[in-house]
Design a protein around this ligand. Sequence first.
Ligand code: A3P
Ligand code: MG
Length: 360
Amino acid sequence: MVFRINKPWDKDFPYFERPKAIGYYSIDSTRSICFDSSQLTYYYPPKNNEVSFDLNHGIECVRRKTSTTKHDKIDTFLKWIMNNFDKIRAHPDSNRWLQPHIVCFRGLLSRIMKTPYDEREGWIICAAKWKGTIYLMAFDTEADTFELNNRTEKDLQFSSWGFKFEQYILSDEPNKPPDTSKPVDEKEEFCCVFQSRLRERKLLYAAEMDGVYSDKLLTDPLPIENLKFIELKTSRIVDNERQFSNLKKFKFIRWWSQSFLVGIENILCGFRDDKGIVRNLKNYRVADLPRISERFWSASTTMNFCDDFLKYVEKTVINDCNKTIYKFERIPHSHIIVTEVSPTSEYAFLPEWFIKSFNK
Ligand code: A3P
Ligand code: MG
């Protein structure tokens, strides 16, 4: 079966409910879940937009994520679901256990959204249905695995720069200058869980959040629904019109979709030179990005595509995951093909403890 990526999607923006944070969790440096805000960090606004942040400072001591991170990432979210079952339980009269029709990560939705603009990038998304809800998870394609296995020191350095930038801007206490002397631990995360609706379809997704705006120390339980977060990004200093076009075409679409999906209004970008020194900071209003980038992409196309693709997933995924796992593969420069794979294949991702706990 094939899902073709060639319809006009630039129609009216589909109904998308304002995302509501309904919970949160932290992941510590051993990648264990903590049902608390231990990894929450506070935005510490720099006094000046002209800065000199060395993103290589202490890089030799950085603690990076490992390749097993993907599976424990979904496991932690599933643990949150089990622990918060009462918040998302479906009405007893419905034929589902959970309210959401779709459960996934924010990054997966953002990836789907930019598909119509991403001819070259392939992806694999697998779907597992259980008790009426469809769980989606991204897997590495062959090209992803090749890229991952052939990363150079330089690639690793680039990917650590973004985390180091976060350390210059975020603090573990409000109004306290960030401590940039300690090693960056890329394994630690603070995640929020959001509920939203795309047309009639209820969504539940988790997302890593960068920093919260707060002058006061926040304690558990957090007033999560009322908190405001900032998204931090780095990018190469823009020297000419062509580079600015690339920023709008390739990065702003990602920045916008990521932030829009979690209701973030502001992005702070640190513009760095080739040596990894951030020279200046610029604030972007998320709501302005589609207009700034209108020559390259449209927000309604991304969301209409997402809606159409999820509709197709819902139509296709019939069997429960103990019978069939559905693999959706976007082939570069081509369409999305669907294959049914065995529940014992490498693409099965709902752990046994999760499936069993729903049998109670
Ligand atoms: P930048 O986005 O500033 O480059 P996010 O902003 O999405 O929370 O990600 C934080 C940082 O993680 C990124 O900062 C980057 O350093 C690193 N990162 C995220 N996704 C990555 C990827 N696919 N490859 C390499 N590094 C990545
Ligand atoms: Mg960020």
